[in-house]
Design a protein around this ligand. Structure first.
Ligand SMILES: C[S@@+](CC[C@H](N)C(=O)[O-])C[C@H]1O[C@@H](n2cnc3c(N)ncnc32)[C@H](O)[C@@H]1O
Length: 221
């Protein structure tokens, strides 16, 4: 099955459960940090690719304020419905969701772009990353976040836990013979090459005891 169909069948039935995990307090602290690295100002437009249930939206909305705009793109209607519920509960008038394939962006102008826990799922992460860079105005930032094994020796048990989690939680990986974490890291590395080839002011850090790498660049003027 190709990646979009895998996502649709997996997240289509697990959106509510996913949201519980996605909004756990530790995870929300990674989201806050991710949004900080975008360097967004009040009034800006930020696009989120693969926005899922909209767990980043509170932080994005806080940064753009009431005069800016947040647009979340996702393939899976059940995930977008959770995001839309979040938007309505909060009463945000300037936060919107769009159903579409993030690898062929249905939006083309943004002051910043973010994508969390998505590039590891894409068949062509480098191609998608290049498309995303093209969506952002010169001077704007693109930040990506994902999961991967921690390079810290003391976190070896966590790496095993991550491997089990990815095997259970990532669409299409349960029966895969390839190590799911190695595959995630290969895709992350491809996205990183594309991001760092085109972007300046490159920034990298690891959150979550090293298990959650973040990378961010600025689109050249
Ligand atoms: C692991 S979830 C992450 C959701 C959200 N970004 C977060 O941080 O909680 C992956 C999301 O990416 C979406 N997705 C995967 N491939 C996609 C694609 N090609 N276009 C749009 N969304 C996609 C899935 O539907 C799912 O909502």
């Amino acid at each position: 099955m190709a990646e979009p169909e895998l996502s649709a069948s997996f997240y289509g039935t697990a959106a509510g459960l996913y949201d519980l995990v996605a909004t756990a307090p530790g995870v929300m602290s990674w989201r806050r940090r991710t949004v900080e690295t975008l360097g967004v100002s009040a009034g800006d437009t930020v696009v989120e690719m693969g926005c899922g249930t909209g767990a980043n939206m509170p932080f994005l909305r806080e940064q753009v304020g009431s005069d800016g705009r947040v647009v979340g793109v996702d393939l899976v209607p059940a995930m977008l419905q959770e995001a839309q519920n979040r938007i309505e509960r909060a009463g945000w008038k300037n936060v919107h969701v769009v159903e579409g394939d993030a690898t062929q962006p249905p939006v083309d102008t943004a002051d910043a772009l973010v994508s969390t826990f998505v590039v590891g799922m894409l068949d062509d992460p480098a191609g998608a990353t290049r498309e995303w860079l093209d969506c952002v105005s010169p001077g704007g930032r693109v930040t990506l976040l994902n999961a991967g094994r921690s390079p810290r020796a003391v976190t070896a048990p966590l790496n095993l836990g991550l491997r089990l989690f990815v095997r259970v939680a990532a669409p299409g990986r349960r029966l895969s013979l390839t190590s799911p974490t190695r595959e995630l890291e290969r895709r992350w590395a491809e996205a990183r090459d594309a991001l760092f080839e085109a972007g300046i002011d490159q920034h990298e850090e690891r959150l979550g005891l090293g298990l959650v790498p973040l990378m961010s660049v600025r689109v050249p003027e």
